[in-house]
Design a protein around this ligand. Structure first.
Ligand SMILES: NC(=O)c1ccc[n+]([C@@H]2O[C@H](COP(=O)([O-])OP(=O)(O)OC[C@H]3O[C@@H](n4cnc5c(N)ncnc54)[C@H](O)[C@@H]3O)[C@@H](O)[C@H]2O)c1
Length: 456
């Protein structure tokens, strides 16, 4: 695994990463003590740790639910002795999840769930300040990406924590090597859950997995408000374009698409939605958006964002009809929604015109600007979802992991939902942290709502 630039240690030789005492100690972060022996790691540079540490501390105040869970599990240690393999976007918010799971007693190895989503400073701080093994470097090539997955699985995990099911897929391709001690796993995103349900339906799933994405306190907030805001954030950081007055085409009106459509409209864009599901298309119409075929939207759009979880959504047929200067981006999990090989084939040349913008000059002379190499724009060009929303997603991850370990003997190989009481508890804790109170049903109301006889 790479040499030269990136800092490696442990299994991969090279320089050890210095341990250091924490200078300023925030409330909860300070509960984690720096490790004596540096963890195994393959990161860009340990020197970035200070910047990463500041970002982790800054996010802390926005993650009250996870912090509450952390202080409980730090005492109860429900994950004592558990080896936990994680494949997640290596971001500030993920750092808080890692620190929480370590406080619960787990031994953790973390790699990235996308080659462009790693924040190298966060990776450095996790290794240096928190003693967590991280294998992730922003911009890593395909071979390194999969080497990092294997490095994480080499720990022989009891539990896998995925965002896109890459750990599960790798284990299922070589179960004898990686899957011996597995109790179960958790999955963060829609696309991962789809892959797992497909394995389950074919009777090939080898261990229980909890679909964290499907918890209400995850997809209703993370996918909708998180993706809505952070996708716009990615587009703005990459392009510095004025959204007001632009024609903003969104492919997919699921949870992510709805959030994005709301936010784009809020910034003054004229939003066009494309869909393949008649119910979602109708919902978009009644939410006040124009809905049409993507081929018809192609000549009208200034900006196009795919957020479908499907492949080959924007294709040469569409590129050929787009205006000169059109901007295209993807916020779905994999980089298969925009047909970049097809775009390359119909282009005279390609050049990087600004940070994360590749401009393709078509043979007809028009220019198509692709953001973040067609990888999820909010992580490739911005910082992903803000901590205020990841607080709930990662509270679900932490509690689902604890539940899985506690119930392992009773769970069969299957995709399970997050237990509803966990979902409600997270909503309750978040409301309390926001200082919001709500009503309770009276006994009469409870009787009325559970009866078929009462009424006129
Ligand atoms: N960028 C992020 O940070 C982030 C966060 C959460 C989820 N995701 C990913 O975003 C994708 C969408 O997630 P979601 O939760 O909104 O899923 P969803 O299932 O709620 O919505 C997807 C929608 O896309 C539609 N669709 C499918 N194929 C289409 C096509 N060819 N053209 C037009 N519409 C099509 C479906 O009918 C559906 O309504 C997934 O890949 C998910 O993993 C990304």
């Amino acid at each position: 695994m790479g040499s030269g630039g990136p800092a490696t240690n442990g299994a991969h030789g090279a320089a050890g990463i210095d341990e250091r005492r924490m200078a300023s100690r925030p409330r909860i972060v300070s509960q984690m003590k720096a490790k004596r022996t540096p963890p195994r790691a393959h990161i860009k540079s340990a020197a970035l740790a200070k910047a990463g540490r500041s970002k982790i501390e800054w996010a802390e105040g926005q993650m009250p639910v996870l912090l509450r869970i952390r202080s409980r599990v730090a005492r109860a240690k429900p994950l004592n002795g558990i080896r936990l393999a994680c494949c997640l976007h290596v971001t500030t918010e993920t750092a808080h999840l890692m620190v929480t799971l370590k406080a619960a007693g787990a031994r953790i190895a973390l790699c990235a769930s996308n080659p462009l989503s790693t924040q190298d400073d966060i990776a450095a701080s996790l290794v240096k300040d928190f003693g967590i093994s991280v294998y992730a470097i922003r911009g890593e090539d395909r071979a390194t990406y999969y080497q990092h997955i294997q490095a994480v699985l080499a720990m022989g995990p009891h539990v896998t924590m995925d965002d896109g099911a890459d750990l599960v897929s790798t284990i299922h391709k070589d179960p004898a090597r990686f899957g011996r001690d597995i109790l179960g796993g958790t999955e963060e995103t829609t696309t991962g859950v789809i892959r797992l349900k497909s394995l389950d339906a074919q009777g090939k799933l080898r261990y229980p997995v909890i679909a964290v994405n499907d918890a209400d306190t995850k997809h209703l907030f993370d996918n909708r408000y998180g993706t809505g805001q952070s996708t716009i954030d990615g587009i703005l950081r990459a392009t510095n374009r004025l959204i007001a007055g632009s024609v903003f085409v969104i492919a997919g009106y699921g949870w992510c698409g709805k959030g994005l459509a709301q936010r784009a409209r809020g910034m003054g864009a004229h939003v066009i939605v494309t869909e393949v599901d008649p119910v979602k298309a109708l919902e978009a119409v009644m939410d006040g958006f124009e809905v049409m075929r993507l081929a018809d939207a192609a000549p009208r759009g200034d900006l196009f964002v795919t957020v479908t979880g499907c492949s080959q959504v924007l294709t040469p047929t569409h590129f050929a009809r787009m205006k000169d200067g059109a901007i295209v981006a993807n916020s779905g999990h994999f980089d298969v929604e925009i047909d970049l090989p097809g775009l390359r084939r119909m282009s005279r040349r390609r050049q990087r015109v600004r940070g994360e913008i590749d401009q393709y000059v078509l043979r007809n002379g028009r220019r198509i600007n692709v953001l973040g190499e067609g990888r999820l724009i909010n992580l490739a060009c911005a910082e992903g979802h803000p901590p205020g929303v990841m607080d709930m997603s990662f509270a679900n991850q932490a509690l689902a992991c604890e539940y899985l370990v506690r119930q392992a003997a009773r769970l069969k190989p299957h995709v399970y939902p997050v237990p509803p009481d966990i979902d409600r508890e997270i909503a309750r804790l978040k409301l309390a942290a926001l200082g919001v109170s709500m009503d309770r049903l009276t006994p009469e109301q409870q009787r009325y709502l559970s009866s078929w006889e009462l009424g006129t």
